[in-house]
Design a protein around this ligand. Structure first.
Ligand code: BEZ
Length: 212
C-alpha cells in the first residue's frame, strides 16, 4: 500500500455499506466527496459525530459534497447503531456507512494506525474533488471528535481557490477577504480583482471575496 498524499487520485473501491453495496466513484458521480472513518459502532464520540454529519447534510448538499462514513463493524451492527444515532442525536443518518469488516478500504486509505490502535480505524477525513483528486487529509485520535464546521470551511476554501487565483487566510470564513495568489504581481492583481486590492506587504495582498 502506497502512502496517499494530497493531489493523488483517491482509490476507488466497492464496499458493503448501510445503504447496500456501493462503488465509491459511482456514488460520488461528479460531486465532491468526504470519506471519513470512525473507530467503532456504539461508541459515544462516534455517535455524536455521525449525528452531527447527518445534521450538516443540507450544508454539504449546497456545496455538492457527498458523504460516506466507515467503520470496521458489519452492516447489521451499523443498522442497529443508526437507530441509536437517530434517537439520541435527534436526526436521521442520511449517508452510507461502509461496513469494512475485512479492512479493505481502511487499508487502501491507511486509516488504521497500529501504534494508536492495531485494529480500529483512527478518525481520518479525506476530501475528494470531482476529478477524484485528494484535496485534504485530516487525522484525529479516537478521543477527539471532529469539527464539522471546519470541514465545511475547508470545502468553501477549496471550492473558491479552485476557481479564483486566491488563497484563504487563517480562520477565514466564507465571505471574508481573501489573499491574492503570490504568483500574481500587484498591478496585474488590480486588473483581475476589480473590487480592489489592499497591499499590506508586496507578498501580502487582500481582496474581497470575488464571489460575494
Ligand atoms: C468514541 O467514539 O467515543 C471512542 C471510540 C474509540 C475509542 C475512544 C472513544
Amino acid at each position: 500500500m502506497a502512502t496517499l498524499r494530497l493531489g493523488d487520485t483517491a482509490p476507488n473501491f466497492t464496499a458493503v455499506t448501510s445503504e447496500g453495496t456501493l462503488n465509491f466513484y459511482e456514488y460520488l458521480g461528479d460531486s465532491w466527496g468526504i470519506l471519513f472513518s470512525h473507530p467503532a459502532d456504539f461508541t459515544p464520540v462516534c455517535t455524536t459525530e455521525l449525528g452531527t454529519a447527518a445534521k450538516f447534510k443540507d450544508e454539504f448538499d449546497k456545496r455538492n459534497v457527498k458523504m460516506m462514513a466507515l467503520s470496521v463493524d458489519g452492516a447489521a451492527s451499523h443498522m442497529e447503531w443508526i437507530k441509536d444515532i437517530n434517537e439520541t442525536q435527534h436526526t436521521e443518518v442520511n449517508f452510507p456507512i461502509i461496513a469494512d469488516v475485512e479492512r479493505k478500504v481502511s487499508d487502501l486509505y491507511d486509516m488504521i494506525h497500529p501504534n494508536a490502535d492495531d485494529t480500529l480505524t483512527v478518525r481520518s477525513v479525506f476530501i475528494i474533488d470531482p476529478d477524484k483528486k485528494i484535496r485534504l487529509m485530516l487525522t484525529y485520535p479516537a478521543s477527539t471528535g471532529r469539527n464539522f464546521y471546519e470541514l465545511l470551511r475547508v470545502i468553501d476554501s477549496l471550492q473558491l481557490t479552485s476557481k479564483y487565483k486566491v488563497a484563504t487566510p487563517a480562520d477565514w470564513k466564507n465571505g471574508e477577504k481573501v489573499v491574492v495568489s503570490p504568483a500574481i504581481p500587484t498591478e496585474e492583481a488590480k486588473k483581475i480583482f476589480t473590487k480592489g486590492v489592499e497591499e499590506i506587504k508586496p507578498y501580502l495582498r487582500l481582496t474581497p471575496d470575488p464571489t460575494a
